[in-house]
Design a protein around this ligand. Structure first.
Ligand code: ADP
Ligand code: MG
Length: 702
C-alpha cells in the first residue's frame, strides 16, 4: 500500500529503540515517517568549500578546514577534563576541543595526519576554537559526496542527549529518505496542477528538500512543498465558503422597502461615498441570495462603516427581520447606540441597548420585546449572545471590531434565528491581503477604501525628547486656536509601575507648562473607577479641559471632533497598528489635525521604521504590510489564531505570492468541480481528507 510508508511508526527505523522514539515524539511530535519527513531543514550549509584558519571570523556560522593535527593533549581534571587538538592548515593554527567522549576521540585521532573538520567557530578569549567539530580522515572523504547544501535541523537539548543533534537527525533522515521513491510517496496534487504550476513531484521534492542535488532543485522542492501546503489550506477554506453559500440557507431579504427608502431619501445626513455605495450593494446582493451571508467589511477608522451597518439593518426590517450589533466594549456599544438612535430617530424604529450594566428589570423588558418581535434593533456587548436572549426572527448580526470572532462563535449565532442570520464582521484593523485570505479565507470581503469627503489628512511628525520645547509651543498655539489635545502614554502590564510613574510625571510637567486656571487638564487611566473616568472624560467632551492625558484606554470608541492633536509619548513602545489606531482618534472634525510621535533619541532599526512609516502614510493597509514584515504574522492583530495553521514550510510573510497563486488555483478548480468529484480531482479530495486527519480542527478554534 502506497500510503502505508508514510504512516509507518518511526520505531521501524534502524537504531530507533523505545527511548529514542520517545524523545522524538515528545520533543518534535514525530510519531510516523510522515512526521519525520516534514521536520524540514531550517537552513543549508555549503560543504564543498574550504576556508582557511586565518580568514575565520565571527560572522561565519560554520567553517570547513583541511589540515593536520599537530598535537593532542588531554587537559583539566574530572568534569573539566577535555581533549585539545592543535590543528594547522597552510595559514595558521586553531584549537579543536572535545569535552564529552574525549577519551574515545584521543584514541581515534592521529597526529601528523590530514583531516577535514567542520564546525562552528566560537571566540574563546581572543582566539577561535571549534568545539566538537565533525572530523574525518581526508583520505577517506569523497568530496563528490559533500553537498553544497547540507541540511541543518532544529534540535533541542533533550534530543541532543539522545544523539539527535542536527548531524544525528540528518543521519536518521538519510536512512529514511533512501527509501523514498515514486511508489513509497504518493502524489497528492493532480496532474493538471503539477503541469500548470510546473511543480516537482512530491516524492522528488521530499528527497531534494533534505538532500538537495543543486540549488535549483532545492528551490523547486521548496516551492512545490510550500505550494502544496498553502493550496490545501485554500482549498479547504474555499470549500467551506462554498458550502456556506450553496447549502446553508439564509433569511431571504428579497426587497428594498419603505424603511430603507425612507431613510435613504429623506434622512441620510450626507451623501454616501462611492465605496459605501458599492459595499451596501454587495451586502444587498448577498442577503437577497437565499443563502447565509458571511462577510468581512474592512475600512479604516472613520471610513463610515456604521452607516453601512445601519443601512443593512434597515433592509432586514423591510423584510420582517430583527438585527443586532455586537461591540467589544461597553463604551463602544454605548456610542453605537447613541449614534444609531439619533440617525433613526425620525423613523420610529424601536431599538435598545444591552450590556453588562443593564439591570435585571431592563433585561426582562428587553427579552419580552425581542421575543414579540417589537424590538427591531439590539445593540450591545457579548451579552448579546448569551443563551437567554431569544429573538423572534433574527436576520442579521453585525459584529464590530472583534478579530477573535472565529468560526465557533459564528456557529453559535446560527442557532439564534430560525434560519442562520446573515453575518457582517466590521474591522478597522486592516489586515494584509494575503493574511486575510488565510485567516478569513472562508468569508467574502468588502473594503471601504475611500474616506468621506472633506477630511484633511492628519499631519504626522516625529520629535525627539530633546525637541520637547517646540512641541509644547505647538500645543500652546493649537489651544489658542480653540483645539483640544490628547497626550497618550504607554501602559504595559510588565512595566506597569514605572509606566504609571511616567504618566503621573508627564501630567505634573504639563501642569507646570499649562498652569491653572487658564488651562485645565483631564487625566484618565486604568486605576480610576469608572465614575472617575467618566467624569474626566465628560469634562473633555464638553470642552472644559483642553488636554487629556491618558493611557491607551482612549483607544476605543471615543469620538471628539474638536480634539485635533494627538501626542504619543514613548511612541517607540507602541506597535504600528496601535499607533495607527491612536492616530485615528483625531482628524474627525473639519480642522487640520496633527499627530506627534515623541521618542527618545536612540532608536532601534525597527522603531525607526515604525516612526518613518507613520510619518509617511496614513493608509492603514500600507501600514499593516509594514507591520507584517516587522513582526511576522503571529503578532498581527486579527491573526492570533496563526498557531492553528501549523505551517511546516510556508511563511505567511514571505510567501504572499504563492498564497495568491494557490488561492486562485483552488478557486478555479472549485468553480468547475465544487465537490471534487471529477476523475482528475479525486486525488485532491483524497489529499484534503488526509490533511484533515493530521491537522487541528478549525471549528474548535475561537
Ligand atoms: P468607522 O468606519 O470608523 O466606524 P464611522 O462610521 O464612525 O467610522 O464614521 C466616522 C464619521 O464619518 C462619523 O462621524 C460619520 O457620521 C461620518 N461619515 C460616515 N459616512 C460619511 C459620508 N458618506 N460623508 C460624510 N461623513 C460621513
Ligand atoms: Mg466604527
Amino acid at each position: 500500500m502506497a500510503s502505508s510508508f508514510l504512516d509507518t511508526p518511526i520505531e521501524y527505523l534502524k537504531g530507533i529503540g523505545p527511548q529514542r522514539a520517545e524523545v522524538l515524539k515528545s520533543e518534535l511530535g514525530v510519531f510516523l515517517f510522515r512526521d519525520l519527513l516534514t521536520h524540514y531543514p531550517f537552513r543549508y550549509v555549503d560543504r564543498t568549500k574550504f576556508q582557511s584558519v586565518s580568514e575565520i571570523s565571527e560572522e561565519m556560522p560554520y567553517v570547513q578546514l583541511r589540515g593536520v593535527i599537530e598535537s593532542l593533549t588531554t587537559v583539566g581534571v574530572k568534569r573539566g577534563q577535555r581533549l585539545v587538538a592543535i590543528f594547522r592548515d597552510g595559514s595558521g593554527t586553531i584549537e579543536l576541543v572535545w569535552f564529552q567522549g574525549h577519551k574515545w576521540m584521543a584514541d581515534k585521532l592521529k597526529t601528523q595526519t590530514e583531516y577535514i573538520v567542520f564546525g562552528k567557530p566560537t571566540l574563546f578569549g581572543r582566539k577561535f576554537n571549534l568545539a566538537h567539530p565533525e572530523i574525518e580522515l581526508a583520505s577517506s572523504v569523497d568530496m563528490n559526496l559533500k553537498s553544497a547544501f547540507q541540511s541543518v535541523y532544529h534540535s533541542t537539548e533533550k534530543l541532543k542527549g539522545k544523539g539527535f543533534d542536527s548531524e544525528g537527525l540528518r543521519r536518521l533522515m538519510r536512512q529514511l529518505v533512501s527509501q523514498i521513491n515514486q511508489n513509497s510517496i504518493e502524489e497528492n496534487l493532480s496532474d493538471e496542477i503539477l503541469s500548470d504550476f510546473k511543480l516537482m513531484p512530491k516524492w522528488e521534492a521530499m528527497k531534494q528538500i533534505h538532500f538537495p542535488d543543486s540549488n535549483l532543485l532545492l528551490q523547486k522542492a521548496e516551492y512545490r512543498l510550500k505550494f502544496e501546503e498553502l493550496f490545501f489550506i485554500q482549498l479547504k477554506l474555499l470549500r467551506l465558503h462554498h458550502i456556506n453559500v450553496k447549502t446553508v440557507p439564509g433569511a431571504v431579504f428579497s426587497k428594498v422597502g419603505d424603511c430603507f427608502n425612507d431613510f435613504y431619501n429623506k434622512h441620510l445626513p450626507f451623501q454616501l461615498t462611492g465605496a459605501q455605495k458599492r459595499v451596501v450593494k454587495e451586502i444587498r446582493t448577498d442577503m437577497g441570495s437565499g443563502h447565509q451571508m458571511n462577510r468581512l467589511l474592512q475600512g479604516d477608522v472613520g471610513s463610515g462603516k456604521t452607516l453601512v451597518a445601519v443601512l443593512s439593518m434597515l433592509l432586514a426590517i423591510d423584510n420582517g427581520f430583527q438585527s443586532c450589533i455586537m461591540a467589544p466594549t461597553e463604551i463602544l456599544a454605548n456610542q453605537h447606540y447613541v449614534t444609531i438612535a439619533e440617525l433613526l430617530s425620525p423613523m420610529g424604529i424601536k431599538i435598545a441597548l444591552l450590556t453588562g450594566s443593564s439591570t435585571t428589570k431592563e433585561r426582562k423588558k428587553l427579552h419580552a420585546e425581542l421575543e414579540s418581535g417589537e424590538l427591531k434593533i439590539l445593540i450591545g456587548t457579548h451579552a448579546l449572545i448569551e443563551d437567554k436572549v431569544k429573538f423572534a426572527n433574527l436576520g442579521l448580526v453585525v459584529i464590530d471590531e472583534q478579530h477573535r470572532f472565529g468560526v465557533a462563535q459564528r456557529a453559535k449565532l446560527r442557532d439564534k434565528g430560525k434560519v442562520p442570520p446573515h453575518i457582517l464582521i466590521m474591522t478597522a484593523t486592516p489586515i494584509p491581503r494575503t493574511l486575510a485570505m488565510t485567516f478569513y479565507g472562508d468569508l467574502d470581503t468588502s473594503v471601504i477604501d475611500e474616506m468621506p469627503p472633506g477630511r484633511k489628512p492628519i499631519r504626522t511628525s516625529h520629535y525627539m525628547e530633546t525637541q520637547r520645547l517646540r512641541v509644547i509651543g505647538f500645543m500652546r498655539e493649537q489651544i489658542e486656536l480653540g483645539r483640544q489635545i490628547y497626550v497618550v502614554y504607554p501602559l504595559i502590564k510588565e512595566s506597569e509601575k514605572l509606566d504609571f510613574q511616567n504618566l503621573q510625571k508627564g501630567h505634573d510637567d504639563l501642569i507646570k507648562e499649562f498652569p491653572q486656571p487658564k488651562y485645565q487638564i483631564s487625566i484618565v487611566h486604568g486605576k480610576l473607577t469608572s465614575e472617575q473616568k467618566d467624569f474626566e472624560m465628560q469634562r473633555f467632551v464638553r470642552g472644559e479641559t483642553q488636554i487629556m492625558v491618558a493611557t491607551t484606554v482612549i483607544e476605543v470608541g471615543v469620538n471628539i471632533p474638536n480634539a485635533s492633536v494627538m501626542v504619543i509619548e514613548s511612541a517607540e513602545r507602541f506597535g504600528l497598528s496601535q499607533l495607527h489606531q491612536l492616530r485615528g482618534r483625531v482628524g474627525r472634525g473639519a480642522e487640520q489635525s496633527y499627530c506627534i510621535l515623541m521618542t527618545s533619541y536612540k532608536l532601534g532599526a525597527d522603531s525607526r521604521t515604525r516612526m518613518e512609516t507613520m510619518v509617511r502614510t496614513t493608509d492603514g493597509f500600507e501600514i499593516s504590510e509594514v507591520d507584517l514584515k516587522l513582526r511576522g504574522p503571529g503578532d498581527i492583530e486579527g491573526t492570533q489564531q496563526s498557531g492553528v495553521l501549523d505551517l511546516k514550510i510556508a511563511d505567511l510573510v514571505r510567501d504572499g505570492q504563492i498564497i495568491q497563486l494557490a488561492r486562485t488555483a483552488a478557486q478555479t478548480i472549485l468553480n468547475e468541480d465544487a465537490d471534487l468529484a471529477l476523475e482528475k480531482n479525486k486525488i485532491l479530495h483524497k489529499g484534503l481528507i488526509q490533511r484533515e486527519k493530521t491537522r487541528p480542527d478549525w471549528a474548535k478554534v475561537g
